[in-house]
Design a protein around this ligand. Structure first.
Ligand code: DAH
Length: 352
C-alpha cells in the first residue's frame, strides 16, 4: 500500500511538471486529487486495512495529498505568471512611435478673407445684408442705371438663366453685388416710406460672369459691396470710410489714392488704390511698376439709383463701393493665378 502511494505521488508530480496551461491543470486536478482519483481510492479503502496498518497508511496518504495539493498551487502560480508575461509582451505599446497626424478641415481662403473684411466693417458699424444670386435684368442692370443695350453692360458679360418670353427682363446670375443695393433700399424704405431710415450695410456674396477662364479672370468670384445712405452724406464720408477701412485691412501707415472712374450707378465714380504692400511703393512685378494696387470701385450713389430704391435724391445722398476678397488675397500672397481658388487643390488650400 505504501509503495502504491509512493508510485501515485511520483507519477502525479511527473505529469504535473509538463502541465502548461489552465485547462490542462484542471484536468490534472480531477485525475490526481479528484473524487475518483487513485489517491482518493486509497482513502476509501483504509477501512479494509488492519488496525496496525490503518494509521501508517492513513498518515502516508495524507502526506501525499498535502504534497500534491501544494504542488498544484505552486504550478497554478507559475502558469498564471507565464500568462501575464505573455499578454504583456503581446500587447506591448511602443510609446516612442510618432503619432498619426490628425487632418483638420479649415475654411476656404476666400471665406477667411470675406470674414476679415466683414469683421472690420462690423467694427465700423456696418450690418451684413445678404442678397440673392439669381436676379432679373431689371435689378442687376436697369435699376442701377444700365438701360438695355447700354455699352457699360459690356464690362459685365452675363450668364442668362431664362430669357424666353421675358423681353427686356431675362433672369440671370448676378454679375456684381450692386443689385443688393436696390433690394436693401426698398426694404428699408418700406419701413417708413415718408421718411426712410438711414442705411449702413455690407453686402457679401458670389458673383458670376461669362468670361473666358484665364489666370486673371474667373466665371465666379466674391464681392463685398458697401452702401451708406442718409442725409448730408458727402464724398468726404466716402473717402474717410474707405481710407479707414484700408488702414485697418492693410496697416495703419498704408497710403491710398483715389482715381476718377466711371460706373453707371455712381456719380462721381472713382477707384481706390493702396500703396503696393509688396514693394512699399517702389515698383515691382505685382504692382506692374506703378507702386499702386487697385482694390475697389466706389462713388456717390447716382440720384436715379436712390430714386429707384425709394429714397428721395433731393433729401438723401449716399456712397457705395465694391471690392473683391479673392483679389485682395492674390495681392497679399502674390497668387498669380485666380483659378487656384476654385480648383480644389489641397496643396493650395492647405497653405491658408
Ligand atoms: N459693381 C462694380 C463691379 O462689379 C463695383 C462697384 C463699383 C460697386 C462702384 C459699387 C461702386 O458699389 O460704387 O465692377
Amino acid at each position: 500500500m505504501l509503495d502504491k502511494l509512493n508510485e501515485i505521488e511520483k507519477t502525479a508530480l511527473e505529469t504535473l511538471n509538463v502541465v502548461k496551461d489552465q485547462a490542462a491543470l484542471d484536468s490534472w486536478r480531477v485525475a490526481n486529487v479528484g473524487r475518483s482519483s487513485p489517491l482518493m481510492q486509497v482513502f476509501a479503502e483504509l477501512g479494509k486495512l488492519s488496525k496496525e496498518e490503518r494509521p501508517v497508511v492513513g498518515a502516508a496518504a495524507n502526506r501525499v495529498k498535502v504534497a500534491l495539493e501544494s504542488a498544484l498551487t505552486e504550478r497554478a502560480e507559475v502558469i498564471k505568471a507565464a500568462a501575464l508575461a505573455k499578454s504583456l509582451e503581446e500587447d506591448a505599446l511602443d510609446v516612442t512611435l510618432p503619432g498619426r497626424s490628425v487632418h483638420l478641415g479649415r475654411l476656404h481662403p476666400s471665406t477667411q478673407q470675406l470674414r476679415r473684411v466683414l469683421d472690420i466693417l462690423a467694427d465700423m458699424g456696418f450690418q451684413v445684408y445678404t442678397s440673392r444670386e439669381v436676379e432679373t435684368d431689371e435689378i442687376n442692370f436697369q435699376l442701377l442705371n444700365f438701360p438695355p443695350n447700354h455699352p457699360a453692360r459690356d464690362m459685365q458679360d452675363t450668364f442668362f438663366v431664362e430669357a424666353e418670353g421675358r423681353g427686356d427682363n431675362p433672369i440671370l446670375l448676378r454679375t456684381h453685388t450692386s443689385p443688393g443695393q436696390i433690394h436693401a433700399m426698398r426694404e428699408y424704405a418700406a419701413m417708413n416710406p415718408e421718411s426712410p431710415p438711414p442705411i449702413r450695410i455690407a453686402l457679401p456674396g458670389m458673383c458670376f460672369r461669362y468670361e473666358q477662364i484665364t489666370a486673371r479672370s474667373e466665371i465666379q468670384f466674391n464681392q463685398v459691396e458697401g452702401l451708406v445712405v442718409g442725409e448730408n452724406i458727402t464724398l468726404a464720408d466716402l473717402k474717410g470710410t474707405l481710407i479707414d477701412f484700408a488702414r485697418r485691412m492693410f496697416g495703419q501707415n498704408v497710403r491710398t489714392r483715389f482715381r476718377a472712374s466711371y460706373f453707371p450707378f455712381t456719380e462721381p465714380s472713382a477707384e481706390m488704390d493702396v500703396e503696393c504692400f509688396v514693394c512699399g511703393g517702389k515698383g515691382c512685378a505685382v504692382c506692374k511698376d506703378s507702386g499702386w494696387l487697385e482694390i475697389l470701385g466706389c462713388g456717390m450713389v447716382h440720384p436715379v439709383v436712390l430714386q429707384n430704391g425709394g429714397y428721395d435724391p433731393t433729401r438723401y445722398s449716399g456712397f457705395a463701393w465694391g471690392m473683391g476678397p479673392e483679389r485682395q488675397l492674390m495681392l497679399r500672397y502674390k497668387i498669380d493665378d485666380i483659378r487656384y481658388f476654385w480648383g480644389n487643390d489641397l496643396r493650395f488650400l492647405e497653405q491658408f
